[in-house]
Design a protein around this ligand. Structure first.
Ligand code: ASP
Length: 319
């Protein structure tokens, strides 16, 4: 059940955003334009859009930006927020309740459910029984669709277009769910070239790479940074997902994929560095003040993109 705002994934008229699979380029542009509009609306007007609605946030894995930006987005749109942080410990998951049952029940209390879960597919399956929109706020090593939407929104705002760009994704491409969703969204845009830069054991899962290529994305393995970086428009850096590694050997070679002043100097003047954050040691703070470092602007864009997604799925324009 793979859905954006397309017909796929509708059940009784309910639209979910649990994976990027069913999305279209039109969905992406609609949300980007809506995010642009929402960021200009006066506070009082904004607060009418979802007035009286209730958004539930269920986080079974840790989060700072995603949870707070979703909750702020909902509050700014006039909705109320109820939630369970650390839901593994503080919800009936502890008693063995399935996510499908949680969705049925919380769906009777709230108008949408934002959920982060440790398993990559469970929420995709469970969403099929949910009576209200389910929004994936990160699912294990699998996907993170709303992050991909704010990433693409940031590229569009920073560079004025998405099509035809050369994007290098660097770091942990194996367990990094934001990369999985981002590449699946980039494949919707013509002329995108993607270069993969990663430690030997942390490449993109093979089935994912094959599928993206079969669907037309130009995907290539990168060589030395000195050859690749001067040719990119976007450098999408990620952290090593240490909490998901199955062996410390997977870390071999990771230290080569860091960005400091030397790597920064290789990038074209118009290029942008993105990172879903949190950063650990893969971007030197000395890079932060360079205008090409777009990651803090990217995090701010998340608020407006999450507003747009909530507004659209819940019909904030009065639908
Ligand atoms: N915050 C992002 C995520 O939840 C990236 C990360 O944790 O590295 O996937």
């Amino acid at each position: 059940m793979l859905t954006g705002a397309s017909e796929t994934g509708r059940r009784g008229g309910v639209r979910h955003l649990v994976t990027t699979d069913g999305l279209t380029r039109e969905d992406v542009f609609r949300w980007m334009r809506l995010a642009q509009t929402l960021r200009t609306l006066p506070r009082g007007v904004l607060a009418q859009r979802l007035a009286g609605r209730v958004i539930a946030t269920l986080f079974y894995e840790p989060s700072t930006r995603t949870r707070l930006s979703f909750e702020s987005a909902a509050l700014k749109l006039g909705a109320h927020v109820v939630g369970a942080e650390n839901a593994v410990e503080n919800s009936s998951a502890k008693k063995g309740e399935t996510l499908a049952d949680v969705f049925r029940i919380v769906g009777a209390y709230a108008d949408a459910i934002v959920v982060r879960h440790h398993e990559p597919y469970t929420m995709v399956e469970a969403a099929s029984v949910a009576p209200v929109p389910i929004i994936n706020a990160g699912a294990g090593w699998g996907e993170h669709p709303t992050q991909a939407m704010l990433d693409v929104y940031t590229i569009w705002r920073e560079l004025g277009r998405v099509e035809g760009l050369h994007v290098a994704v660097m770091g942990d491409l194996k367990y990094g769910r934001t990369v999985h969703s981002l590449l699946n969204v980039l494949r919707l845009f013509p002329g995108i070239r993607v270069t993969l830069l990663h430690p030997p054991s942390l490449g993109l899962p093979e089935t994912m790479a094959q599928r993206l290529k079969a669907e037309g994305l130009q995907l290539q393995e990168g060589g030395p940074l000195a050859d690749v970086l001067p040719r990119v428009d976007v450098l999408y850096q990620t952290r090593i997902q240490r909490e998901r590694l199955t062996s410390q050997d997977e870390l071999d070679g990771a230290s080569q994929y860091r960005i400091g002043p030397v790597e920064l100097a290789l990038l074209p003047a118009h290029a942008r560095i993105l990172h879903p954050l949190p950063r650990v040691d893969e971007i030197d703070p000395a890079v932060d003040d360079d205008p090409r470092a777009a990651y803090f602007r990217q995090a701010e864009n998340g608020l407006y993109m999450r507003m747009a997604i909530l507004d659209d799925l819940l019909g904030g324009d009065g639908r």
